[in-house]
Design a protein. Structure first.
Length: 133
């Protein structure tokens, strides 16, 4: 019987996805990096300054809403705990909890839901092959 080289070769592995890693970075560092990426993604999508999104304390409602969407996506799509999201965004865990509840309630509006769904798709696509967790 002749061996088929395609089957004899080592199986090809898929690139790492969120939740898998081959990195030497500290797990906390990687989760903070996810949040940093989410801030940059939200800034690009919604044309808001990433500096404003990173600003500690209260900000204008438009900036706060974009940050809330980014925190929601980091928690729901990227699977970070609320404490991890809070650490990455420089906010308290309860602030993240409030943001997630608020965004979830606002998704009852079809137009707003479409905006959040688009942010979720962009985040998934942008962070798919990153090595974080």
């Amino acid at each position: 019987m002749i061996a088929n080289r395609a089957f004899d070769a080592a199986p090809e592995t898929d690139p790492p996805i969120l939740g898998q890693h081959r990195s030497s970075k500290d797990p906390i560092e990687r989760k903070i990096e996810i949040c940093e990426c989410m801030i940059d993604i939200a800034a690009a999508i919604f044309a808001v300054s990433s500096k404003e999104l990173r600003r500690p304390g209260r900000t204008a409602l438009a900036v706060a809403r974009v940050r809330q969407i980014a925190m929601y996506v980091a928690h729901v799509v990227m699977g970070l705990s609320m404490s991890e999201v809070g650490r990455g965004f420089g906010r308290d865990r309860n602030t993240v909890l409030h943001a997630c509840h608020l965004i979830e309630d606002m998704r009852d509006d079809e137009e707003f839901d479409a905006i959040v769904a688009m942010a979720e798709r962009v985040a998934r696509a942008a962070l798919r092959y990153r090595e974080f967790a």
